[in-house]
Design a protein around this ligand. Structure first.
Ligand code: 6GU
Length: 237
C-alpha cells in the first residue's frame, strides 16, 4: 500500500513514519511513504504557497494551484485517481471502521493544510474524504495524517507479524481489551489473577470476556451501550 502525504513539512512525516513497525514494513516493501512537498509546486519565484483571504480576516490561506499540481503529480505516479483525504477538524471523526475501509485501497493521498486552511475551490475539485481525528484544534494536518496512517497500515496484511494481534483487540468486536499480566507473579504486593495461572483455557477465555465487558461498561459507557444493542440485534435475527 502506498501512502502519499502532501505537506509543507515533509521531513515531519518522513521521520515520524520510518521507525518501529511501520519502518520494518517499509523496508520489507509492504508499504511506501511518499512525502510530497507542496512548496515544490509553487508557481512564483519566491516559492510562496500562501496568500491573504478574500473578505479579510486573520491569517493566510494555502493557494489552490500548488495543491492542485501536487495532487496531479501523485495521480500520475499512481497511474489512477486515488482517494484524497483532507485532514480538518470539520471532517468526519476517524474510527476503526474507517481505518478498515481505507486499508483496502492501493494508494491513499493525505492533504495536510496549514495556516488558516486551503482555498475552498481546490478542495471541491480533489478531496474525496474530509476527516478529523477528534474535537480539538491542531496547528496542521501532519499529526492527524500520521495517526491515520498508523491505524490503517497495521491492518495491511504482513505489517503485523502476529496474525492474531490485529483481530482480537480493542474495538474489533466493540469491546475494550481485557487486562494483561506478565512476570513476576507478585509485584508491589499485587497478585496476578489466579485463573490466569490455572492453565484452564475455557475459564481464562470466560474471565477475559467478562473483564472486557466490565471494563467497557466502566470506561466507555457509550461503546458499552452500542455493544449491548448490537448483541441484542444479533439474537433477534
Ligand atoms: Cl484532521 N486537523 C487539524 N488541524 N486539527 C484537528 C484535526 C485535523 N483533527 C482534530 N483536530
Amino acid at each position: 500500500m502506498n501512502f502519499h502525504i502532501l505537506t509543507l513539512f515533509p521531513e515531519m512525516v518522513e521521520h515520524g513514519l520510518c521507525t518501529s513497525i511501520l519502518g520494518r514494513a517499509i523496508s520489507a516493501g509492504i508499504l511506501t511513504v511518499n512525502a510530497v512537498n507542496i512548496r515544490d509546486f509553487a508557481f512564483n519565484k519566491h516559492n510562496k504557497v500562501d496568500d491573504y483571504t478574500y473578505g479579510g480576516g486573520a491569517g493566510m490561506l494555502m493557494q489552490a494551484e500548488p495543491v492542485y499540481l501536487a495532487v496531479e503529480s501523485v495521480r500520475e505516479k499512481a497511474g489512477h485517481i486515488p482517494r484524497v483525504i483532507y485532514l480538518t477538524p470539520q471532517g468526519t471523526t476517524f474510527s476503526q471502521s474507517m481505518a478498515e475501509d481505507f486499508s483496502k485501497e492501493e494508494d491513499l493521498v493525505f492533504l495536510c493544510g496549514h495556516y488558516e486552511g486551503i482555498d475552498e475551490r481546490v478542495l471541491e475539485e480533489v478531496v474525496t474524504d474530509y476527516v478529523s481525528i477528534g474535537d480539538y484544534v491542531l496547528t496542521g494536518g501532519e499529526l492527524p495524517a500520521m495517526v491515520m496512517i498508523d491505524a490503517i497500515a497495521r491492518l495491511v496484511p504482513g505489517v503485523l507479524n502476529n496474525k492474531d494481534s490485529a483481530e482480537f483487540e480493542s474495538f474489533k468486536d466493540g469491546l475494550l481489551e481485557y487486562p494483561q499480566y506478565s512476570r513476576p507473579e507478585v509485584w508491589h504486593g499485587k497478585e496476578v489473577p489466579k485463573v490466569l495461572l490455572s492453565g484452564h483455557h475455557k475459564n481464562i477465555e470466560e474471565w477475559r470476556f467478562q473483564q472486557s465487558v466490565e471494563r467497557t461498561r466502566m470506561r466507555r459507557p457509550d461503546l458499552y451501550q452500542k455493544w449491548l444493542e448490537q448483541k441484542d440485534s444479533c439474537k433477534e435475527s
